[in-house]
Design a protein around this ligand. Structure first.
Ligand SMILES: [Zn+2]
Ligand SMILES: [Zn+2]
Length: 152
C-alpha cells in the first residue's frame, strides 16, 4: 500500500491512480489517463511501461536507451493537462510537463493516441511553444503556493 500522492498531480494517492496501470493491474480508460500514467512512469523510471504504451510502430531499436537517458537527465517537477479530445479510437491530449532547468523547462506537447482492441497507445506529439506562467498563479509543482513563492 502506497499512500504517497501520485506524481501526475491528480491529488489521488499513487496506489489509486497510476500504480495499477504501471503494474498492469488495469488498463488506461482513456488517452488522458494513459498520458498521466506515462508522465508518472517517466518520473518513476518505469521504462518497461513506457515501451509497452508506445505504439509498436513507433518503437525505435534503441528505445530503451533513449528513454533511460531522458529519465537519467530530467528531473520532472509537475504536470498540467490542458486539453483532451477523443473521437472514437483517436485522441489528442495537450499538456505541459515541467522539469528542472534555469529557468524552469517546459515540455508543451499535443500528443496523439490510438485505441486498439481496447488498449490505448501513445503515437507521437507536436511540440508547442512554452506557456506563459503568472507569478501569482498556483505553482505547477502542485505545492498549492504561488509560483513566485515556490519555483518562481
Ligand atoms: Zn497518477
Ligand atoms: Zn513549486
Amino acid at each position: 500500500m502506497n499512500n504517497d500522492l501520485c506524481p501526475c498531480l491528480s491529488q489521488l494517492s499513487y496506489s489509486e491512480c497510476c500504480e495499477p496501470l504501471h503494474k498492469k493491474q488495469q488498463g488506461a480508460e482513456n488517452a488522458e489517463q494513459l498520458m498521466r500514467s506515462r508522465y508518472s512512469a517517466f518520473y518513476l523510471a518505469e521504462v518497461d511501461y513506457l515501451i509497452a504504451t508506445l505504439h509498436p510502430s513507433k518503437r525505435r531499436l534503441d528505445e530503451r536507451e533513449l528513454l533511460q537517458s531522458t529519465i537519467n537527465n530530467t528531473q520532472w517537477l509537475g504536470l498540467n493537462v490542458l486539453d483532451h479530445q477523443q473521437k472514437n479510437e483517436l485522441a489528442e491530449v495537450e499538456f505541459v510537463a515541467f522539469y528542472q532547468d534555469n529557468p524552469v523547462g517546459q515540455l508543451h506537447e499535443r500528443s496523439r493516441f490510438t485505441c486498439e482492441s481496447g488498449e490505448w497507445f501513445y503515437h507521437d506529439g507536436i511540440l508547442l511553444p512554452a506557456i506563459k506562467l503568472g507569478r501569482n498563479d498556483p505553482c505547477f509543482c502542485g505545492s498549492g503556493k504561488k509560483l513566485k513563492r515556490c519555483h518562481g
